[in-house]
Design a protein around this ligand. Sequence first.
Ligand SMILES: O=C(O)C(=O)C[C@]1(C(=O)O)C=C[C@@H](O)C=C1
Length: 259
Amino acid sequence: MDFTKPETVLNLQNIRDELIKMEDSIIFKFIERSHFSTCYGVYQIDNPHLTLGSDFHGSFLDWALMHLEITHSELRRFESPDQTPFFPDKLKRSILPSINYPKLLANYSNEVNYNDKIKRTYIDKMVPLISKIDKDDPNNYGSIASCDIECLQSLSRRIHFGKFVAEAKYQSNKPLYNTLIENKDVQGIMREITNSAVEAKILERLTTKAEVYGVDPTNSEGERRITPEYLVKIYKEFVIPITKEVEVEYLLRRLEDPN
Ligand SMILES: O=C(O)C(=O)C[C@]1(C(=O)O)C=C[C@@H](O)C=C1
């Protein structure tokens, strides 16, 4: 997929192929995170044992992610249409010259940002499933926040790819979607974007991937690093539903941009 070539980006098959590739990076990032404990101290707002600066309000993870995003914004990361920041208000201007991407998505697309929800869901629902030990571990705060950032960035990219899916679907049947949008028919849009066969295939593939990637093949007695149950649960209950929320919100506003 090449973001300078709209015809490659707004092709539903290409988008689905890209979503399949992202499964692998998400799984391997979850495996990295599984080696550490849940570590609530990383997510505690204004953790009294840390000095994050008197004007900063948030968790250690927020602090680390915000500083990384500030630096990455200077490296042009958030100009790329597949990148969505967790701290859009803190970004700086890139020191690299802008790339002139062609218009791929509607002009309000940056406002469709589910990162707060993704971060909350990751901390509250996913970390307890991924991590095997439930305890705080102050010696590993830095490593854990680094793993969390990688997991969150991969989840965010995957879920916000829903905008490309939505745009491709919109382009393929404008009259149908225009009527649904004019009628603010959320359920109708949700019905239209849902493809149960594709969802079932994703869950089936994840089961196989978790079975294969989840064990060290050279160690028959090795502990499972990930299990199909939790991976399928994460996709079925969180990743796919939030992707669909992104698609619906994007489509509901689609007539704001007549192009
Ligand atoms: O592939 C699509 O058509 C999508 O809309 C993406 C996706 C997903 O999140 O993977 C979401 C909704 C569909 O029911 C199937 C899959």
